[in-house]
Design a protein around this ligand. Structure first.
Ligand SMILES: [Zn+2]
Length: 232
């Protein structure tokens, strides 16, 4: 009888055990993405249910942020950095989607994220998108949108390159401007909407701020943010 055989996935796992993307230990539970240790012990934040948390503090005096949360704290060389590296450079779109679902689950349990209208990722530079083939922030955003049961909207923003009046600025500043300028592609899409902006990592907040400001210029918009990790 067929039932006596192992399903092919189990057979495959026997020879090629799934390894934890954060620490490389074997993942024992077939449906889990992380090993049991990381599942319990990664540096998870409690920001989804904390008002005025460290995430929101980053934006004080910069823009009116409704709510903000990261799933994890990130430090150089740690397990969370491995995860980020895998979704950014390792081609692991499915991992990004699943991590997005984990973050989405935290947000779903918080009353703060119930009135979100749209989930939008920080756009990747078109050149980088061509080279990498996918936007890791979009994969995260898809997982979050799915879990929150809210619309995923990838076309809200576009990166732009300012070419005018850059000549007198220093090279670094010019490059920074090119990297971090965004425009709203279709204001009607955002009118009176509460937008949840998604990125992989929050460090200085410059990129998220540059995305949020043009959105906030559209009438009636509100901004919340979520990232996979936040630098400490
Ligand atoms: Zn692990």
């Amino acid at each position: 009888m067929l039932t006596h055989f192992l399903p092919w996935q189990d057979l495959y796992r026997l020879f090629f055990p799934a390894l934890c993307p954060a620490c490389q230990a074997e993942v024992l539970a077939p449906k889990s993405i992380l090993c049991p240790t990381c599942h319990l012990e990664l540096p998870y934040t409690r920001q989804a249910t904390e008002a005025d948390n460290a995430f929101c503090e980053k934006f004080w005096g910069r823009l009116p942020l409704e709510h903000g949360a990261a799933l994890l704290f990130f430090s150089k060389g740690g397990r969370v950095q491995h995860l980020i590296h895998k979704i950014k450079y390792g081609g692991q779109q499915e991992l990004a989607l699943q991590l997005g679902r984990m973050l989405g689950e935290r947000l779903r349990q918080s009353p703060d994220y119930q009135d979100i209208d749209l989930v939008s990722p920080v756009p990747l530079h078109p050149r980088r998108l061509r080279w990498r083939g996918y936007n890791q922030a979009a994969c995260l955003a898809q997982g979050i949108a799915e879990t929150l049961q809210k619309p995923f909207e990838e076309q809200a923003l576009a990166r732009v390159q300012f070419k005018k009046s850059q000549t007198r600025k220093g090279r670094i500043e010019r490059l920074k401007n090119v990297e971090e300028s965004f425009v709203v592609k279709n204001p009607d899409l955002l009118l009176n909407k509460h937008v949840l902006l998604i990125d992989d990592v929050l460090t200085t907040g410059a990129t998220l701020e540059a995305c949020a400001l043009p959105i906030l210029e559209v009438e009636g918009t509100k901004i919340s943010m979520a990232t996979l990790a936040m630098a400490i």
